[in-house]
Design a protein. Structure first.
Length: 348
C-alpha cells in the first residue's frame, strides 16, 4: 500500500433503487484513487436489485448517465457475496480477490430485512473495520454521481487538517432545472436554538466562491469520509434513528470527542436528493420529527433545549398542524403528532 493512498472502504446502501445504484457504481469505478474497496449493502430490496447489480457486474447491463458514457472496459467485476450474518464473521477476502484492481471488484452484502439507513450502513462499516481494516470509511448515497478525483481530494484534506475526523465534498444538485452547477451543500452548520441544519451554499450557482477547505460542524450524509480510528473511538451510526439525523448525531459525537469536520470543495459529487423516500411520505415526516427531538434531547444543553422547545411549539408546531389540516392530510398529521410524542418521551 502506498503511503499517500491509504485504503478506503466505500459503503453504499441500496434499497429498491438499483438504477441509481448502478449509475453511482459506474461513476465510482472510474475514479482516479487507486486503493478502495466498494461495499454494497442491499437492504432486502423487493425490486430485483441484487439480480440487476449482478447483471451490471457481468457486463450485461449498460448504464446511462448525462455525466459519462458507459464502458465495459472494467467488466466483469468480481463479486464477493455475503449474507448479513456471513459478513459479520470478520473473515478477510481471499488473496486473489484482494489483489484485484479496485475497479474490478465489489463486495455485496444481502440483508435479511430493511434495517434502515443507519444500521444498513453499519453492516458495511463493521465489515470494513473487521475484515478490510481500511484507514477510512466513506458513506456514499446510492443516488450520487462522483467526479473522478473526488476521493483523492477528500483524503488529501485529512493530510492538511490532521485533527479532522470527517470530510465531505462540494455537493451539487444532480439536476436543478437542467443545471448541474447549482450547489446543494458546501458543508453545513447546526443551528441549535432552532434544532435545524443550515446547508451552506444551498441553491447558489457555483462561481468558485467555495475554493478553500473550511471547517464546519456537520457533513451531510450523502458523502461522508470518516477516519476508522474515529469510528472505533465514538462508535458507529446510532441504529435507533433508523433514517435521518443519524449522520448529524455521528458528526456531533465526533465534535464532542475533539475531532473536526471539513468540507473539501475540490472534491465534487452530484446528488439526486432523497431518491429512495419521498419528502412528503409518512415515514419521512415521522422520522424527521422524532429524530430531531431525539437529537436535541441528546446533544443540546438545558438552556439550548428550552430555547428550541419554545421555538418549536410556539412557531413550528402550529404551522405544521395548520398545513396538514388545511390539506386534510390525516396521514402526515398523524405521523407528525406521533413523531412529536415519541421524540419527547420515548427512549432510543
Amino acid at each position: 500500500m502506498e503511503v499517500d493512498t491509504p485504503g478506503v472502504s466505500i459503503v453504499i446502501l441500496n434499497w429498491n433503487g438499483w438504477k441509481d445504484t448502478l449509475e453511482c457504481l459506474e461513476s465510482l469505478f472510474r475514479i482516479s484513487y487507486p486503493n478502495y474497496d466498494t461495499i454494497v449493502i442491499d437492504n432486502d430490496s423487493k425490486d430485483d436489485s441484487v439480480t440487476e447489480i449482478k447483471k451490471y457486474a457481468e457486463g450485461n447491463l449498460a448504464v446511462s448517465s448525462k455525466f459519462f458514457e458507459f464502458s465495459n472496459e472494467n467488466k466483469p467485476i468480481e463479486i464477493l457475496e455475503y449474507t448479513k450474518e456471513g459478513s459479520e464473521e470478520g473473515s478477510q477476502p481471499a488473496e486473489a480477490f484482494a489483489a484485484l484492481p479496485s475497479n474490478k471488484k465489489m463486495i455485496l452484502i444481502k440483508a435479511d430485512k430493511n434495517y434502515g439507513f443507519a444500521e444498513g450502513c453499519n453492516i458495511g462499516i463493521r465489515y470494513a473495520l473487521a475484515a478490510l481494516k481500511s484507514e477510512y470509511v466513506l458513506l456514499l448515497n446510492n443516488d450520487t454521481v462522483v467526479k473522478s478525483g473526488f476521493l483523492d481530494e477528500l483524503v488529501k484534506g485529512f493530510s492538511i487538517y490532521k485533527e479532522a475526523g470527517f470530510a465531505g465534498p462540494l455537493v451539487y444538485f444532480y439536476d436543478y432545472y437542467g443545471q448541474t452547477d447549482v450547489i446543494s451543500t458546501a458543508g453545513a452548520e447546526i443551528i441549535v436554538c432552532k434544532g435545524s441544519i443550515n446547508l451552506i451554499g444551498h441553491g447558489d450557482v457555483d462561481q468558485d466562491q467555495f475554493n478553500t477547505i473550511r471547517t464546519v460542524n456537520y457533513i451531510e450524509g450523502s458523502c461522508l469520509l470518516i477516519k476508522s480510528a474515529v469510528l472505533e473511538k465514538i462508535g458507529l451510526l446510532d441504529s435507533s434513528y433508523f433514517v435521518y439525523w443519524e449522520e448529524t448525531d455521528l458528526c456531533t459525537r465526533g465534535l464532542e470527542a475533539g475531532y473536526t469536520c471539513i468540507c473539501v470543495p475540490t472534491a465534487k459529487i452530484w446528488h439526486k436528493i432523497s431518491a429512495s423516500l419521498s419528502l412528503t411520505s409518512r415515514t419521512y415526516v415521522y422520522h424527521m420529527t422524532r429524530n430531531r427531538l431525539w437529537f436535541m434531547r441528546t446533544h443540546a444543553t438545558r438552556e439550548e433545549l428550552y430555547s428550541f422547545l419554545a421555538y418549536f411549539f410556539i412557531r413550528q408546531f402550529p404551522v405544521n398542524i395548520g398545513v396538514y389540516l388545511r390539506h386534510r392530510d390525516s396521514e402526515r398529521l398523524s405521523a407528525f403528532l406521533q413523531g412529536v410524542l415519541d421524540g419527547l418521551f420515548s427512549k432510543r
